[in-house]
Design a binder for this molecule. Structure first.
Ligand code: NAD
Length: 361
């Protein structure tokens, strides 16, 4: 069967890593009709829009997309295209496996964690009040009236909404994912001791959902600061982590660090109707066009995509090929070398080529 899949190459290093991933997927023999659409700086230059309507239309139609990273300019009021796609398509679950592969230098081996991050609520909803604006002043007044708390008048404010609906949906997703993938434990990560009505609600609802899975899945919870320490000292204690949006973002980079860095961390954004597969890393603009960065995170995101479209054999073949290139240690990008200046480091396309060679064998 031929699959129709949306391809968003992204900007910065996006095109290089997406091209590498597409070539690897094609080498597995799975038939895919890629529908390429552009978003990000390239789209802005060509169409005047950072997220042209056809991007969302294409994903809605095809239900599956492979996406390269897209730059978010800082402090311009410019919304993140990545967040906009997740919100527009209600891709409420962000799944980020952090798995050790032999051949990658890292502090630990045999790590096999999965981060399930709520993707639609929390501080990422973009409900923000700019310092000095009349609406910000009136919100500060209202808060003073209702809570007797005095926020400084020169404050900017970001709102952190967490709902029962959103939490129940992501908690159920985490438990179902854990069951389907033979996992043993779900740990809810929060700061409920301080943010009682947002994180507190997240924990309460997660506990309620956990009861439905009692006897089938172990459930525990941890405060996010303690969890950060636990993860860098005893990561093997954990299995599936369930987190609200902001902590999920931070902890997934931390977990990427545990298994070898951003260059190797894949991800998926999943909703009821569609799914977008993308690396955890961003567009690393300083490396754009240098054929330098590691394509592995994007290739492993494509492995997740292949499993999603039920091409299990192709997914296993591609993951095995990545594994053997790593173990062989000959065709590795700079970030996988003990010394990043090691002249034997290869480029993005050479590493992809080595993976393709392994699939062919
Ligand atoms: P980044 O992930 O782009 O890069 C940080 C550093 O990580 C790089 O300088 C590089 O040293 C390393 N790195 C990243 N990817 C690598 C790879 N494939 N191989 C080897 N090393 C790699 O993070 P940033 O610099 O904070 O963000 C740059 C831009 O990307 C920002 O505009 C940010 O908003 C955006 N971003 C996009 C996404 C996305 O598209 N989903 C995710 C995160 C950040």
């Amino acid at each position: 069967m031929k699959h129709k899949i949306t391809l968003i190459p992204g900007d910065g290093i996006g095109r290089e890593v997406s091209e590498a991933a597409v070539r690897c997927v094609e080498a597995t023999g799975v038939k895919i009709d890629w529908e390429e659409v552009i978003a990000g700086t390239e789209a802005l230059e060509k169409t005047g829009e950072i997220l042209p309507g056809q991007v969302l239309d294409s994903i809605k139609r095809n239900k599956v997309a492979l996406k390269g990273p897209i730059t978010t300019p800082v402090g311009t009021g410019f919304r993140s295209v990545n967040v906009a796609i997740r919100q527009a398509l209600e891709l409420f679950a962000c799944v980020r496996p952090a798995k050790s592969y032999a051949g990658i230098r890292s502090r630990f081996s045999d790590i096999d964690l999965v981060i399930v991050r709520e993707n639609s609520e929390d501080l990422y909803m973009g409900v923000e009040f700019e310092e000095g604006k009349p609406e910000t002043r009136s919100l500060i007044e209202q808060i003073k009236k209702d809570t007797k708390k005095q926020i400084r008048p020169d404050s900017g404010i970001s709102i952190k909404p967490i709902s029962k609906f959103g939490t129940e949906r992501i908690a159920r997703f985490a438990f179902e994912y854990a069951l389907k993938n033979n996992r043993k434990k779900v740990t809810c990560v929060h700061k409920a001791n301080i943010m009682k009505f947002s994180d507190g609600l997240f924990l309460k609802v997660a506990r309620e959902v956990a009861q439905e899975y009692a006897g089938r899945m172990v459930f525990e919870d941890a405060i996010v600061d303690n969890m950060s320490m636990q993860l860098v000292t005893k990561p093997h204690k954990y299995d599936v982590l369930l987190l609200p949006n902001l902590y999920g973002d931070i902890i997934s980079d931390l977990c990427a660090g545990l298994v070898g860095g951003l260059g190797v961390a894949p991800g998926a954004n999943i909703g009821d109707d569609s799914a977008v597969f993308e690396a955890v890393h961003g567009s690393a603009p300083k490396y754009k066009g240098q054929n330098k960065v590691n394509p592995m995170a994007m290739i492993l995101s494509a492995v997740l995509m292949l499993r999603h479209i039920k091409e299990f054999k192709a997914a296993d073949a591609l993951e095995d090929a990545v594994r053997s290139v790593l173990v062989e240690g000959k065709f590795l990008t700079y970030d996988l070398k003990a010394d990043p200046l090691d002249p034997s480091a290869v480029g993005t396309s050479e590493m992809a080529e080595a993976i393709i060679e392994k699939i062919k064998r």
